[in-house]
Design a protein around this ligand. Structure first.
Ligand code: NAP
Length: 302
């Protein structure tokens, strides 16, 4: 019998990729969304707003149990509390999508281990850390949980670009084809380890059968550590154009854009913990993943 997946979110970038990969791999897939965007083919949709606790619980009450539940769109500690309350008796395996922005960028290590003495306490990254803490502190009953912390996620379904001032830039390809000079903070020298969304999806699906991942938090990153500017250089190569970069001062950019601080540091990880538990470790080379991403962006334009 097919394994059953419930994804909270299912028509977005990460959640849509997860749903599609699961369908392709033969899973029986159900997704929760508010019904504002089309769902991937082959999934069963439940329409509910997760922020409406009563509606969410009622919509899921008749669904039976799932082999794996993934919360792709938990951003607030209340979301993680809701996950524990709803799913502790409805699934054996639960995965929460966090972020590598949980770390205080001023106190990073290279590579950054899963544990740190310096987490953010506010804004997006701080709230994701609070979600992780809910799982760490709760009685989850039969529900075995795992947290994944992706770094920059790229791939078909999203826009291209991994660093300000050209992070997820919808006009990136046009700019590069025109020969525009790209403005990258710090000249694009910050190190990154981008993860292809499909690899992240496969990693999460592999956790259904990975008992040693229970109660653990993992960095989720790709196989290649590169300077951010290399990300753009690969795209330039694919387009057959020359890459021109102008360096924006880190300090000046931070002064004007303090919320961008988590982008402006080296973001590199040691994946040995992930490897040691037998999960599907992301392996698509950045060049290959970016080729598929650029092709998808170009195909959407035609
Ligand atoms: N992108 C990155 O580089 C990166 C890095 C690290 C971590 N992450 C994490 O990756 C996740 C992003 O997921 P995504 O790409 O699927 O997000 P997304 O593209 O914003 O899509 C959100 C999905 O959730 C549904 N949704 C939104 N609000 C909802 C609600 N209140 N109730 C029910 N459904 C709702 C949306 O459908 P409707 O609009 O129809 O409801 C859609 O299916 C986040 O957890 C983010 O923190 C991203």
């Amino acid at each position: 019998m097919a394994q059953t997946l419930l994804s909270i979110g299912g028509s977005g970038f990460v959640s849509g990729t997860l749903a599609r990969r699961a369908v392709e791999a033969g899973w029986d897939v159900t997704v929760v969304s508010r019904g504002q965007r089309p769902l991937p083919e082959g999934v069963r949709g439940i329409t509910a707003d997760r922020k409406d606790q009563t509606q969410f619980a009622a919509a899921l009450s008749t669904c039976g149990s799932f082999d794996l539940v993934v919360d792709c769109i938990g951003y607030d500690p209340e979301d993680a509390v809701q996950d524990v309350e709803q799913f502790r008796n409805q699934t054996k395996r639960f995965v929460f999508v966090s972020t590598d922005f949980v770390f205080d960028p001023a106190h990073r290590q290279f590579p950054q281990a899963e544990e740190s003495q310096h987490y953010l306490t506010q804004a997006y990254g701080g709230k994701k850390r609070q979600c992780e803490q809910v799982l760490l502190d709760s009685d989850c009953g039969q529900m075995e949980w795992t947290v994944v912390r992706p770094c920059h996620i790229y791939g078909p379904g999203s826009l291209l670009g991994c660093l300000p001032a050209h992070g997820r830039d919808k006009d990136l390809i046009e700019r590069m084809r025109r020969g525009d000079t790209l403005q990258l903070v710090g000249g694009g020298h910050f190190l990154q380890q981008p993860i292809l969304a499909a690899d992240l999806a496969d990693l999460m699906l592999s956790l259904v059968d990975c008992p040693r991942a229970e109660g653990q938090i993992f960095q989720a990153a790709g196989p290649d550590i590169v300077e951010s500017r290399t990300f753009y250089a690969i795209i330039a190569d694919l387009l057959g154009v020359e890459l021109q970069i102008e360096e924006l001062s880190v300090d000046a950019y931070l002064q004007d854009n303090p919320a961008s601080a988590p982008f402006l540091c080296h973001r590199i990880y040691d994946l040995s913990r992930l490897r040691s538990v037998g999960a599907a470790v992301p392996s698509t080379p950045l060049v290959e993943g970016l080729r598929s991403h650029a092709e998808a962006v170009l195909a959407n334009r035609n």
